[in-house]
Design a protein. Structure first.
Length: 281
């Protein structure tokens, strides 16, 4: 945080000087006052860039749904703190123990069924209606769809869709099944075991989704929101956008590997920062 105070713009240099005076009186209070003015300046800058942009792309991760009550993967109370990805989110894990994997997905489906979109989803849904906007998500909860987001690119599939584990020709196309609870469902076409139509580690993403996401990196502004930015190929998109000359920004509660690569990083919650940007548009 202290490093954050040493930002290299004229306004902040002036603020830094006044801060240093205040720090002698009450450091903690004034650092947080200054940090909030930096955040305000960054919010303003992002809003300006969005206003000027013809093509806006937003990529989201689990942090966007955290305020709705959906657990993240790698955060403090993240799923991977309790469970091993290798035991639950790989094709090998499903082949070894489909009952265990289905129990985990069924538990998550029941939890997500009780969740509603939050202010971050609502703002993104509004922006998605503006011509030239693309929304890419790694989330499988479909809360962006519930909020009304248009043209959503779902890189990791949907927890509400199933596919045939036996890869029967018709069952390869995912179908929707909203039932909760769900006990080891079967493919309605061939009767073999069904699987959640999500993308597990080591599996390829759908080619159409990767192509759509890649072409959305040719944009003026690219926002990466609520993702730890470590799972590929999603994590590579912000770098691709930068190579295309986009203005890039990150909104996340904490620093990620993307933070040092983007033009502006805001450490804050998606459900507060996105509405604050929206109010300035
Ligand atoms: C807030 C907040 C608030 C909290 N406001 N912020 C290149 C290099 C190295 C490895 C690879 C590579 N290319 C491929 C790989 C292998 C692998 C990979 O990336 N591994 C890495 C871990 C290193 N990738 C794959 O296997 C992918 N397939 C693929 O590339 O196929 C070709 C290939 C295969 C093998 C080798 C090479 C090529 C598939 C990846 C599938 C990921 N699947 C999962 C599960 C989906 C189903 C399910 O939900 O069960 O997807 S794993 C999990 O991680 C899930 C997520 O979508 C994904 C990303 O997580 P996300 O969204 O970033 O969440 P968190 O929890 O990590 O972060 C939340 C963030 O929010 C935190 O930063 C918080 O601070 C923040 N936050 N509250 C704002 N209120």
């Amino acid at each position: 945080m202290i490093d954050d105070v040493r930002i290299d713009c004229a306004m902040c240099a002036m603020l830094n000087r006044s801060i240093n005076r205040f720090i002698e009186i009450d450091g903690a209070m004034d650092i947080s006052m200054h940090t909030s003015s930096i955040i305000d300046a960054r919010i303003q800058l992002i809003a300006e860039r969005i206003r000027e942009a013809t093509r806006l792309t937003i990529m989201t991760g689990a942090g966007v749904s955290a305020a709705s009550g959906v657990p993240t993967f790698r955060g403090q109370d993240g799923l991977w703190r309790q469970y091993r990805a290798e035991d639950l989110a790989t094709p090998d894990a499903f082949a070894r123990n489909p009952r265990l994997v289905w129990e985990w997905y069924d538990w998550r489906r029941q939890l997500i069924a009780g969740c509603r979109p939050n202010a971050a989803h609502d703002v993104i849904a509004r922006w998605s209606k503006r011509h030239g906007t693309a929304v890419i998500t790694q989330n499988v909860d479909d809360l962006h769809l519930a909020a009304g987001t248009q043209g959503l690119i779902r890189l990791h599939g949907s927890i509400w869709e199933l596919a045939c584990w036996g890869r029967c020709p018709q069952g390869a196309t995912p179908w929707r099944d909203d039932r909760v609870p769900l006990d080891q469902p079967r493919c309605p076409l061939c009767g073999q075991l069904a699987r959640p139509a999500v993308v597990w580690f080591g599996e390829s993403l759908r080619r159409e989704d990767v192509e759509a996401a890649t072409s959305a990196t040719a944009c003026d502004v690219f926002l990466t929101v609520g993702t730890s930015a470590i799972v590929y190929p999603a994590a590579g998109l912000v770098h691709e956008a930068r190579r295309h000359g986009a203005f890039t920004a990150e909104i996340n509660l904490e620093a990620t590997p993307a933070s040092s690569a983007v033009d502006v990083a805001i450490q804050g919650s998606a459900e507060e920062i996105l509405p604050a940007i929206h109010r300035l548009l």
